[in-house]
Design a protein around this ligand. Structure first.
Ligand code: C2E
Ligand code: CA
Ligand code: CA
Ligand code: CA
Length: 274
């Protein structure tokens, strides 16, 4: 069953992928997909609320499966992490994203998502460095989005990696903010430049609780001198609400869905920025 994707194309999100095939068979398929280069990156704009222009593009990976069509990342990232395949996959993702971004206007930044396991293996810095060197992308244009699960273990090693990435000029973003249980303490212990409030809070804006989480996140971030992005904005009214709460950057279907690179650079929202 192919679910009609909300991204404007059909994304395959069936439980079938896990149920029918064994883990080993899926692993083999994923391994093959990496050598066969069956992955592609889609880009979604992140707007500067003040100027309403594109500030950043987030790279989101998809698996162009020969039979199943476009497979969403939540169907294969976890498996890639469990099997270690996230390593070669991420190397491709980071390098390809940097290669794509060098041809955009230099005012547009690139955001890439990074998995917890990449930090554990400890070579994230080298992977990022190699991608920057091969692509020629200015490190100042690179944002690295990490979720707090990354931070649960080996804190001192991760801190070291964070410091090296920052020293090189990259921006660190705490992703999915609010979904974990101790986000606030991570902000004081790690050198984040930005937080991204998870879309579940924007989707729940009708409720007093979600609005309160966003409002306090903004206050916390402002107090620490870091900026705030709201993700998953689909309607003008959600945008008005989060803007009133003081967020700095906005991302969501209202401004643009994730699309392939060639489409992304043609999008009106992007062209306005040229
Ligand atoms: P995320 O980093 O929190 O990314 C945001 C997700 O929300 C994306 O789903 C995006 O397409 C979706 N989204 C954006 N705007 C809206 C909106 O207005 N409404 C709704 N309903 N959804 C919106 P996607 O692309 O399926 O990615 C899911 C997750 O997979 C990501 O969550 C991220 O954790 C992971 N992921 C994606 N690409 C990569 C990657 O290259 N590397 C790693 N390690 N993880 C990735
Ligand atoms: Ca993200
Ligand atoms: Ca996520
Ligand atoms: Ca999220």
């Amino acid at each position: 069953v192919k679910a009609a994707g909300r991204d404007g194309y059909r994304l395959y999100r069936p439980a079938m992928l896990d149920a029918v095939k064994g883990e080993k068979a899926l692993e083999a398929e994923l391994r093959h997909a990496i050598t066969a280069r069956e992955f592609e990156l889609h880009y979604q704009p992140i707007l500067d609320v003040g100027t309403r222009s594109v500030h950043t593009a987030e790279a989101l990976v998809r698996w162009r499966h020969p039979v199943r069509g476009l497979v969403a990342p939540d169907r294969f990232i976890a498996l890639a992490e469990r099997t270690g395949l996230i390593q070669p996959l991420s190397e491709w993702i980071i390098e390809q994203a940097c290669l794509d971004a060098v041809s955009w206007p230099p005012s547009v930044q690139l955001a890439v998502n990074v998995s917890a396991t990449q930090f554990k293996r400890g070579n994230l810095f080298d992977v990022v460095m190699r991608a920057l060197l091969r692509s020629g992308l200015n490190p100042q244009r690179l944002q690295i989005e990490v979720t707090e699960t990354v931070l649960l273990e080996q804190q001192s090693e991760q801190l070291q990696t964070f410091r090296r990435l920052k020293a090189m000029g990259a921006t660190l973003v705490l992703d999915d903010f609010g979904t974990g249980f101790s986000s606030a303490s991570y902000l004081t212990n790690f050198p984040f430049d930005k937080i991204k409030i998870d879309k579940s809070f924007i989707q729940g804006l009708q409720s007093r609780e979600c609005a309160a989480v966003i409002a306090s996140a903004v206050v916390l971030a402002k107090g620490l001198g870091i900026s705030v992005t709201a993700e998953g904005i689909e309607t003008e009214s959600q945008f008005e609400d989060v803007r009133a709460l003081g967020i700095d950057f906005a991302q969501g279907y209202l401004f643009g869905r994730p699309v392939p690179c060639n489409e992304f650079v043609r999008a009106p929202v992007f062209r306005d920025d040229l």
